[in-house]
Design a protein around this ligand. Structure first.
Ligand SMILES: O=C[C@H](O)[C@H](O)[C@H](O)COP(=O)(O)O
Length: 220
């Protein structure tokens, strides 16, 4: 419950980045769900949202927000999304909710990526949270073997297919000391759609909530 309150506080603090009348990139997850609900509760007047998942699209539309395709939106000024882990450089692990591919695309298309999370998500070294990798179905076993060569323990995520129709492999046992190198290494395995490591495109702001308040972390 207190973790949920922390998420809501982080979401609330991100509202100050929203520009009324403009388009807004909106991510996925329980923290973002608070953000979407707050946008509605506080009567924010955005032109439209670009959403990173079917779940967020449904929630936005249920509140009466217009949701458009990224192709119709062009570059976005702000993207608000959660994370499973962040290091002090604001490099992230994302994809616990299986939305990593669309999230990485929208983050790449946005000028400012505001990450919202509860304070437990800030770590010194990424990797305690299993690293999600979305793969094409026919490449599942091959990619898993390649991930073992990189030092990980791949586990197919049970009963999950992404919005893009692909399975996810969660990689345990990694201590990610060079996130950019690992992101590149996994990206170059044939069959990988997206790795949930956001190192080449980290967040620009990290808002961490706790039951008693929020703090904003600047990249070291
Ligand atoms: O695929 C899901 C996303 O990367 C989420 O932003 C991430 O899992 C954090 O989710 P939550 O806000 O529920 O902790």
């Amino acid at each position: 419950m207190s973790q949920d309150l922390a998420k809501r506080k982080a979401a609330e603090a991100a509202l100050r980045y929203v520009v009324q009348g403009e388009m807004l990139g909106v991510g996925t997850g329980s923290t973002v769900n608070h953000f979407i609900d707050l946008l509605a509760e506080r009567h924010f007047d955005i032109a439209a949202a670009v959403s990173s998942s079917e779940a967020s699209t449904e929630r936005l539309r249920a509140h009466g927000f217009k949701v458009i395709d990224l192709n119709a939106a062009g570059p976005l000024s702000v993207y608000v999304d959660g994370a499973d882990e962040s290091n002090h450089q604001l490099q992230l692990i994302k994809g616990g909710g299986a939305a990593l591919t669309r999230e990485k695309i929208i983050a790449g298309a946005s000028a400012v990526f505001v990450c919202i999370a509860d304070e437990s998500k800030l770590v010194d070294t990424l990797g305690a949270f299993p690293l999600p990798v979305e793969v094409l179905p026919m490449a599942r076993s091959f990619v898993a073997r390649e991930l073992v060569k990189l030092g990980g323990e791949p586990v197919l995520r049970a009963n999950v297919i992404t919005d893009n129709g692909n399975p996810i492999i969660d990689v345990r046992g990694l201590r990610i000391t060079d996130p950019r190198a690992l992101e590149t290494a996994i990206n170059t395995i044939p069959g990988v759609v997206t790795v949930g490591l956001f190192a080449h495109r980290p967040a620009d702001r990290l808002i961490l909530g706790s039951p008693s308040g929020v703090r904003e972390v600047v990249a070291r």
